[in-house]
Design a protein around this ligand. Sequence first.
Ligand code: ADP
Length: 271
Amino acid sequence: VLLITMGVFWLLSILMSIWMSRLTMRPILRSWRRQTEFVGNAAHELRTPLTIIQNKLEFLLTRPNDKIIDQAESIAVANSESQRLQKLTQDLLALARSDSNTVQTNFELTDMATFMQRTVEPYTEIAASQGKTLVLDPVTPFQATLDQALVHQLLNILIDNALKYSPQGQPITLSAKLTSRKWQLTVADQGIGIKRADRQRIFDRFYRVDSSRSRQTGGNGLGLSIAHWIVNLHHGTIVVKENQPQGSQFITTLPVNPVGLAGHHEKLTAK
Ligand code: ADP
């Protein structure tokens, strides 16, 4: 009886350890799978512009006697594809840094009315050059602690998308408001909108609702995942809702003091 009991215990302990190792292996396997998928997607995205540039250059090499003006179109395509490559590599680098938690952040107490006006102003001109209007609602003065460069990048992504996915003549509205111990940043457009089923997935890396349209507009499907990461670093949330009468609104809610700063500049390493 003793031998049988010991045998049963031994068997049980082996089964337990197999079960436990499966539990601990699961997140490692998941993260490995995600990483492999990411590298595969990145390689795929890099290949398309590289192939286009290569084709254009090879074509130009077959016509060495042509004047530049005669081949301006090919050169312009190669140039815009190289710009796309540059943007893609910058975005990939930002995401790689976010994965390795090696981003040096610089949280500082910020006067939000001034920050918003300064950040949004250049985009007003860009919008006007595209026949669109970009309006920042008057910001009632308040202060918030944030990494200015990162929040600038967040605004850049949201405004850039609002412009990309809005037809000419449609207004884009921005607002920054204090709500008790949080502040809310809203970027609203009256563009093509986002179906309910896609609203969660657009924050996934490389996800694009319509990749052919996104390719025309120069998108790579990484912007919103970077936006999501910036918001996470600030311990905030970002959601997308339907705008009225049409379009989307991205609502970012951030704590006024996400890192408990006493109001001075300080260097912190993001976790
Ligand atoms: P992309 O570089 O393709 O714009 P993002 O990660 O910034 O990548 O956005 C992911 C997808 O979400 C886009 O391809 C687009 O389909 C959708 N999207 C983002 N912002 C908007 C918007 N303001 N209006 C409509 N669709 C949007």
